[in-house]
Design a protein around this ligand. Sequence first.
Ligand code: PMP
Length: 391
Amino acid sequence: ASPGPRVWPPTPDPNPALQIPQRFLMGPGPGNSDPRVLATQSLPLLGHMHPPFLKIMDEVRQGLKYVFQTESNYTLCVSGTGHAGMESTLVNLLEPGETLLVGNKGIWGARVVDMARRMGVNVVDLKKEAGRTFSLEELTAAVKEHRPAVVFLVQGDSSTGVHQSLAGVGPMCAEHGALLLVDTVCSLGGVPMFADAWGVDAIYSGSQKCLSAPPGAAPLFLSERALAKVRGRKTPVASYYFDLNLVGDYWGWYGSRSYHHTGMVSMWYAMREALAIVAEEGLEAGWARHAAAHDQLWAGLTELGLEHFVPAPEDRLVTVNTIKVPEGVDWAALCKFAMERYAVEIAGGLGPTAGKIWRVGIMGYNAKPANIELVLAAFRDGLAAQGWAKK
Ligand code: PMP
């Protein structure tokens, strides 16, 4: 008999135990997960349709209602990272040929433009210089001119460090028949969000930032108006995996529960715990803790002679801080120094800010005084190592 195919040797060598260094993830994300959240991921698996697991999914939906500050029953976690939330909301809320107005002031707006064009949506790309936000007047004028079906804004832009105010935007969109969709990937849990009171129609977020869970879940919310749009579409949702008519049914939006895809069992345990931690602390206390850490960071950075990238104080995001790289300083060498000396991650710019700034994340479990002190020590010593000093 012929010997048959040979078995390849395993690669890589499976014998050494997986060793992961401890790092302080103080960039724009992921941040460090809360150990309580990580511990849930080693609990035994349940079947994705088992009643105790469906109960956990219901609890995740409840926890999301609290963080979004909504009474809408249409909350769930999309299986995937922030991009899955982005793609889900776009593909469900828009039909081919409809108009999307994108408030584009960083890399996320640019990605939404790209994604929506792939879906055959008519995109109006409203651009804004990096580091600035849109005024209500600018948005109103664009909505009146273009009559979009959906308006997209990023609340916390991690590529520039700006916080887009949503004041008045929801009612203005409603008045002109548009739905308001907001990206809160790096802001949810860190800064205020009042989905109902602000008239927001759809939100997506991410698990790995201010919610302090690992990457892999995209919290999502729809208002009654947004759900009506999804239920009343003339064309089927082009993505099966992200079709909220189907995914919503698995999460119990429509009364029944049916299998759509295998729920991310351990990930939903993690989200259940992450949301419980947010509720235990209370949203207001959590927002205040983030703001205090931001103030502590900037007191120290200012002392060192470093400056904000975002010119207007009211536009500065608490959760992702953007710092100008001074003349003559090698930004990448400072990031390397911070990692080697202190195991602290400090990130460079992204998209429009690449090479011009550093980015420091203050998110969830990491928003505490000791972490901020470590970041400041890394800047102080890293700048000194390059011979840079405040003039
Ligand atoms: N939007 C914003 C504001 C983000 O910060 C990020 C992640 N950096 C994303 C969207 C994309 O999320 P993810 O990388 O989890 O897919």
